[in-house]
Design a protein around this ligand. Structure first.
Ligand SMILES: [Zn+2]
Length: 136
């Protein structure tokens, strides 16, 4: 039996980060489908979506097209990294919001951080050099 499985899996793509992510999504969708049982439409939607994800995951696992699966993985990793960077930035800003205020430069849209509680101040944009007045 084990030999048969090994023979079957030979030359196939197998698991990667994208598939691990898909498994998590499948679980989340199944749980969501249980939570919205009151609405059969939503519950069906989450349920069938999890089935589609599962099929896609197995399709990738048993695929013999390495280069295609690999490029999917890279696309996923790039995308998830972008989200991570965005969230990190947001969190950083949130934790500083008590002590600082954030303004966008009116000419170049660069974000500028200024200390709070200093009254009306003139802000100098470090990127384009424009000065603008805001309440801090
Ligand atoms: Zn500027």
């Amino acid at each position: 039996m084990k030999e048969k499985i090994m023979k079957f899996m030979y030359g196939r793509y197998g698991n990667d980060e994208l598939n691990q992510f898909l498994v998590k999504l499948v679980f989340i969708n199944l749980i969501l489908s249980l939570f919205v049982r009151g609405s059969s439409f939503l519950s069906d939607l989450f349920y069938y979506f999890s089935i589609i994800l599962l099929v896609f995951m197995y399709y990738r696992m048993f695929s013999k097209n390495y280069s295609k699966r690999y490029s999917e993985k890279i696309a996923y990793l790039e995308y998830s990294n972008k989200i991570k960077v965005y969230l990190d930035k947001n969190n950083k800003e949130k934790s500083q919001r008590k002590e600082f205020r954030f303004y966008k430069c009116p000419s170049c849209k660069q974000k500028v951080r200024v200390p709070r509680g200093k009254g009306k101040i003139s802000i100098h944009c470090p990127k384009c050099g424009v000065d603008f007045i805001k309440k801090s």
